[in-house]
Design a protein around this ligand. Structure first.
Ligand SMILES: *Cc1c(COP(=O)(O)O)cnc(C)c1O
Length: 392
């Protein structure tokens, strides 16, 4: 993992208490939680001035709040963007981008396997006359062919959900821009430490900060990062009005999580690679879906500065019963949704009568997804060995 020392410094000092007011020799190590719904003004005119620039004035916590602004500043800096808005969930961030940008008649092109609820939201937007397609063929010519004159937004997830296939972000962004579309990338898997999409021509980065950024399975949060102008535009068109701004306390939890992100990610990477290597040599396993196991290693390394701890593998016995047996047998992988926390988790898209559903999403049978936590690779490998050993 190649971490930029500037990123490590930004994380460790994330939303720190800052300088003390003049003359005082001490300052808090952590930021204050400004737990207020509103801010009062010294005069009516001052309030009116606040209204006139609500995107940067503290008027009401649904607009601006200093605890949230502090963590937004850290995330904007980490992504090398100018501004950020933090939301009550990753989906609130996704919604703010889509609803803020799209109009009747527009089309969204999703490139790569995309987080399910993101595509479901696009389906809900059909009734407002907004269309979409999901493109699973990652070839740049396929992307070129799938962009329509009405395509307003190209949405990338890279590495993609479930199979973790990696896109040539710069190439896709370039094609989208040639055709007049805006580009958004869901960077939850990589975090800004392993991939900086804005430097590759992407217009908006979204995060489920619930995952690695917060990192402790104790907060649901999201973020959008872009230029100051685009974030301001979203603020008035959607963020402020949809109302899903991250609360002061959850903002504080998020900033606390970010401080240990570099060291957590290093360990997630190392342990997940060891677990994946063990699985790749196991006779019950047909295939590993992890960017480091891609046939195009060079392409992947050109995109990512390292790997996080979420990947999947295919059981050779690709039936629901075998998946259920392995999942239930695991003792140190907890069964649950989400990922990116310190505890290891297991999940599968396999269902008893779900073959068609999997095929429609381009997913193979027998897929098991692991979020490798921080319990230690040896323990997790032993656990997988005993669970896989139970298969007939
Ligand atoms: C979890 C997730 C989201 C949604 O985030 P929430 O915080 O759960 O709303 C979006 N994208 C990806 C890739 C995710 O894994």
């Amino acid at each position: 993992m190649n971490l930029d020392p500037e990123d490590v410094r930004l994380c460790v000092s994330a939303a720190s208490g800052g300088e003390a007011p003049g003359g005082v020799t001490s300052s808090p190590m952590t930021p204050p939680i400004v737990q207020t719904s509103l801010f009062s003004f010294p005069s009516f005119q001052a309030l009116l001035d606040g209204f006139a620039s609500e995107h940067r004035s503290q008027v009401y916590t649904r607009g601006m709040n200093p605890t949230r602004q502090a963590v937004e500043g850290t995330l904007a800096a980490l992504e090398r963007g100018e501004a950020c808005t933090c939301f009550t969930s990753g989906m609130a961030a996704v919604s703010a981008v889509m609803i803020g940008l799209l109009r009747q008649g527009d089309h969204v092109l999703f490139v790569n396997d995309t987080y399910g609820p993101t595509v479901q939201l696009a389906r809900r937007l059909e009734r407002f006359g907004i269309g979409h397609d999901v493109l699973l063929d990652l070839d740049v010519d396929a992307v070129r062919g799938a962009i329509r004159p009405s395509t307003r937004l190209v949405w990338m997830e890279s590495p993609g959900t479930m199979l973790f296939r990696v896109l040539d972000v710069e190439a896709v962004a370039g094609i989208a821009h040639e055709r007049g579309a805006l580009v958004c990338l869901d960077n939850s898997w990589s975090t800004p430490l392993l991939q900086k999409p804005l430097e590759k021509g992407v217009d908006f980065v979204v995060h489920s900060a619930t995952k690695y950024l917060a990192g402790h399975s104790d907060v649901v949060a999201g973020a959008v990062i872009s230029t100051a102008e685009r974030i301001q535009e979203l603020f008035y068109r959607s963020s402020l009005l949809l109302g899903g701004m991250l609360s002061p306390f959850d903002s504080w939890l998020l900033s606390r999580g970010i401080r240990s992100l570099p060291v957590r990610l290093r360990q997630h990477e190392a342990d997940a690679l060891r677990v994946a290597e063990f699985l790749s040599a196991h006779p019950a396993v047909a295939r590993i879906h992890h960017p480091a196991f891609s046939e195009d290693r060079e392409g992947v390394e050109g995109q990512l500065g390292g790997y996080s701890g979420l990947f999947s593998f295919e059981l050779r016995a690709g039936d629901f019963g075998s998946v259920r047996t392995v999942v239930d047998r695991l003792e140190h992988f907890r069964i649950g949704v989400s990922w990116g926390g310190v505890e290891s988790l297991v999940l599968s898209p396999e269902r008893e009568h779900g073959a068609e559903r999997l095929a429609s999403r381009g997913l193979p049978r027998g897929l098991v997804r692991l979020s490798v936590g921080l319990e230690g690779a040896d323990l997790l490998i032993d656990d997988l060995a005993q669970a896989l050993g139970s298969l007939p």
